[in-house]
Structure formats: structure tokens, C-alpha cells
Design a protein around this ligand. Structure first.
Ligand code: ATP
Length: 140
């Protein structure tokens, strides 16, 4: 059976995860509170729904507890990101990846049980620095 993914928050970060998973043939549920963002992903994702992920009853009715991996890609609204992650873990979702906006946000996400925490700008900075040094080593 195909793995089921859900991406909550369809900004640049969540949108690119949703797009890539869909291109790879995965089943993806795309969720955002913003109707325009959801409309953009209707032709891309398996299902796309307008929903407030801080509402536990909504997450339950979407059947999120049965998904293999849920990505919480809400950054700016730290409260919404934390509450969504907490509800998902309480529902029993096995793997939750969450995007952190800063170190404090990351710490809270880990405490409430996020399985993977991503800090896109910082992680990308580390990767680029490593690439630059490994390339310059090869250059010599
Ligand atoms: P990015 O940095 O990935 O481009 P962004 O700058 O658009 O994201 P963010 O605040 O990180 O903004 O939000 C990402 C997405 O999460 C937005 O599309 C926003 O509508 C959505 N979002 C915010 N709160 C909720 C919520 N409670 N439920 C569902 N989606 C939400």
C-alpha cells in the first residue's frame, strides 16, 4: 500500500514538499487555512482541503491519525504550529515533521514530541557552507 502523507501549510516550504511528494507519485493530502493556497494545490495533491489545523475535531475528521507522515509547515504563526503538532501527536500520528522559526520554537516542538524538526534557513546555510568547503578542498 502507498504511504500516505499530509502537508499542513502550503507556503514556499510546505508547497515545495507537497509538489515534490506528488511528483514522486505519493498520496498527499494538502491542508491550508487559506482558500487561494488550497486552490493552487487542488490539481497537484491527491486531496486539498481548506481547514484550520488548530481545530482538533477538524484533524480528526480528516482521518489524520491514519497517515504515515504529517509535515507541519506553518512557520510565522508559532502558536498554530505548536498546537497543530501537539494535536497530531496526541492523535497518535507516528511521524510528524515540523518547521521551526527559531531556536525556542524548535525546543518546544521537540518537547511536545515532533519526530523531526527542520529549521530551513539554518539547515540550508549549514549545507551550503559544507558544500563550499568540500568543493574548495577538491579545487586544490
Ligand atoms: P513559507 O515561509 O513556507 O513561504 P509563509 O511565509 O507563506 O510560508 P507561514 O506563516 O510559514 O507563511 O505559513 C505557511 C502556510 O501555513 C500559509 O499558507 C498559511 O496560510 C498556513 N497556515 C497558517 N496557520 C494555519 C492554520 N491554523 N491551519 C492551516 N494552515 C495554516
Amino acid at each position: 500500500m502507498k504511504k500516505q502523507f499530509a502537508v499542513i501549510g502550503l507556503g514556499r516550504f510546505g508547497g515545495s514538499i507537497c509538489r515534490t511528494l506528488s511528483e514522486q507519485g505519493a498520496e498527499v493530502l494538502a491542508v491550508d487555512i487559506d482558500e487561494e493556497r488550497v486552490n493552487e494545490f487542488t490539481p497537484i495533491a491527491t486531496h486539498a482541503v481548506i481547514a484550520d489545523s488548530t481545530d482538533e475535531s477538524v484533524l480528526k475528521s480528516l482521518g489524520l491519525r491514519n497517515f504515515d507522515h504529517v509535515i507541519v509547515a506553518i512557520g510565522d504563526n508559532i502558536h498554530a504550529s505548536i498546537l497543530t503538532t501537539l494535536i497530531l501527536k496526541e492523535l497518535g500520528v507516528k511521524k510528524v515533521t515540523a518547521k521551526a522559526q527559531n531556536d525556542y520554537h524548535e525546543k518546544v516542538l521537540r518537547k511536545i514530541g515532533a519526530d523531526f524538526v527542520i529549521h530551513p534557513e539554518r539547515d540550508m546555510g549549514v549545507r551550503i557552507a559544507n558544500n563550499i568547503t568540500s568543493t574548495s578542498v577538491l579545487d586544490y
